[in-house]
Design a protein around this ligand. Structure first.
Ligand SMILES: [Zn+2]
Length: 294
């Protein structure tokens, strides 16, 4: 990571309904400098859990507004082609109306970062809302889909389904019962078979572990990813801590949660740099570790 000098920036944002003017000294930020022209840049954030409610344990729900502000400043320098939010954008509210307010409050600054955005559904996104309500709130049509950019094919997965195939919504599920149902798996296999590009997958619940944080049928999902032969890496959230596993040539990289811990030093977000030869570099900020995949 290179350090560059930049003037301090003054930005306005709304915190708890109050307009805050934040003077952010660039000297206090770990800044990232640009490199190869053909490389594709993607901004990543996960587990923001935004809610206008007091902290619960290590989760500082209100602070994600300020933390996202720093990520926005960082992304602004690199101008990523798109940004991906890897799930749990919001935390639970006591009513649908309040939850929709939380969603608007966090999605407004997130939307300002980049015109091109992708949202992975997290279990907390549909704890109070229905999937269609969340998707409508962020202006996204589908919960799982794929798209191409340059030499890469990107897949957004939705693991918010119970083992009986019923979609998560309004507390009708146990958070440990995450599954990718047969119809989505069939779609995934056909989608991957139709591309020759390097593939990067975005998921919320983990595809690499068998504990409570893992998608229950993730062995089946991994088999589909491995059969494609083109999948380079899977980026995921959900367990809130840095982790990395390589299984049969695919890197499963778990990103740190933005909501964990108080203060700017406990932020976490990252910038992905994808080279045309399939080399992937993740530059992590604050608590997010750097990663290199070849
Ligand atoms: Zn979470």
């Amino acid at each position: 990571m290179n350090l560059v000098n930049a003037p301090s920036t003054r930005r306005a944002f709304v915190l708890n309904g109050t307009l805050v003017l934040a003077a952010t000294s660039a000297a206090s930020l770990p800044l990232y400098a640009a490199s190869a022209e053909d490389d594709l840049y993607v901004g990543l954030v996960t587990d923001l859990h935004y809610a206008d409610k007091p902290a619960g344990g290590s989760r500082h729900y209100r602070e994600t507004l300020r933390k996202l502000e720093e990520a926005a400043l960082q992304f602004e320098r690199q101008q990523p082609a798109f940004v991906v939010e890897l799930g749990d954008l919001i935390d639970a509210a006591d009513s649908v109306d309040t939850e929709k307010k939380y969603l608007r409050a966090i999605n407004q600054p997130f939307s300002a970062i980049c015109d091109s955005r992708h949202y992975v559904l997290g279990n907390h996104c549909v704890d109070t809302l229905k999937k269609e309500e969340f998707l409508e709130g962020v202006g996204q049509e589908k919960s799982y889909y794929s798209f191409d950019h340059g030499d890469y094919h990107f897949v957004i997965l939705d693991s918010c389904f119970r083992s009986d195939g019923v979609a998560y919504e309004r507390k009708n599920f146990k958070w440990t019962d995450a599954n990718i149902p047969a119809a989505e798996l069939e779609w995934l296999a056909a989608d991957l078979a139709a591309t020759k590009k390097h593939v990067v997958v975005f998921a919320h619940q983990r595809l690499d572990v068998n504990n409570h944080h893992g998608v229950r049928n993730n062995a089946q999902v991994r088999k589909v990813l491995e059969t494609s032969g083109n999948v380079k890496a899977v980026f995921q959230g959900h367990s809130h801590q840095n982790d990395l596993n390589e299984i049969n040539g695919i890197h499963y990289c778990t990103l740190v949660a933005m909501v964990e811990g108080s203060g700017a030093e406990n932020n976490g977000y990252s910038l992905l740099r994808l080279a045309t030869d399939g080399t992937i570099r993740l530059t992590g900020f604050r608590n997010q570790l750097d990663r290199d995949f070849r």
